[in-house]
Write a protein that binds this ligand. Structure first.
Ligand code: HEM
Length: 229
């Protein structure tokens, strides 16, 4: 059953890769527009702030979900997995990471930063962060350098430093976990806790099985050649 799902996703992704990536770009565009509209709504205290607060909270869940998707390829690979899910996750890994940062930023901006800036502007001062929020702030600050280096130019320029910098995900996963768990937990906290623990276990497992070769993952089929005009 799992194999069939994996095959179907792999085939679908290979046939629609371009469209899927265009959808990611469209999503980034929508988020940028939402940033501007939210600034306008909160700035002028329009009666739609509740809708944006709801969207902002949802964006927090989306960010956490994209984060898990972004680190999933590395995680399953360290456990020696070499099925079709791996190239599938690798194909969109960069976009999972970018989406994670943009959703996390939108979330923080709408649920906390923007309302606080408005209060500060009105002379009430910027309300101090709760401890659970500080975990979120730290996660967002560490996600930023990963976001700006998620492009071909940085990968080429930074060489081995790119991988080192992106090892920050091992810290970020715990920060996001504490951010969500300290404020009450729930299913998302359970998932993040499990993933954070698996990250550590996978690193230990990889060290212990270092000399054991990992089978090469399947390569996605090359796109069909363009017809001559
Ligand atoms: C400056 C950084 C951040 C701030 C100030 C912040 C603030 C908040 C606040 C105030 C809430 C509570 C909302 C409510 O219950 O009404 C919340 C919830 C949440 N945040 Fe953040 N956050 C930040 C970063 C992040 C990041 C980086 C992620 C994930 C990648 C994230 C994921 C979540 C999730 C999933 C929830 C919902 C938890 C639940 O209700 O169970 N946050 N955040």
């Amino acid at each position: 059953m799992w194999k069939q799902i994996e095959d179907a996703l792999f085939t679908f992704s290979a046939a629609n890769r371009k469209t899927i990536i265009q959808l990611f770009y469209a999503g980034y565009g929508v988020l940028i527009v939402l940033f501007l509209v939210a600034t306008f709504v909160f700035g002028f205290s329009l009666p739609y702030t509740n809708i944006f607060y709801f969207l902002g909270k949802g964006a927090g869940f989306a960010a956490a979900g994209f984060f898990v998707l972004a680190i999933a390829a590395g995680l399953i690979r360290r456990f020696g997995y070499s099925g079709k899910l791996f190239p599938l996750l690798i194909t969109y890994r960069r976009h999972f990471g970018i989406s994670c940062f943009l959703f996390a930023f939108f979330h923080a901006y709408v649920v906390r930063l923007l309302p606080s800036f408005v209060l500060a502007f009105q002379g009430f001062g910027f309300p101090p962060f709760f401890p659970f929020e500080l975990f979120g702030v730290a996660a967002l600050l560490l996600l930023f350098p990963l976001f700006v280096t998620s492009n071909d130019w940085s990968t080429k320029r930074m060489g081995k430093w790119w991988k080192r910098l992106h090892s920050l995900v091992y810290v970020i996963v715990w920060l996001i976990f504490f951010h969500v768990a300290v404020q009450g937990g729930g299913l998302m906290a359970d998932v993040l806790g499990l993933v954070a623990a698996l990250e550590i276990i996978s690193l230990i497992y990889r060290q212990l099985t270092k000399n054991k070769p990992v089978a090469p993952p399947p390569v996605p089929p090359a796109p069909a050649p363009q017809q001559a005009k």
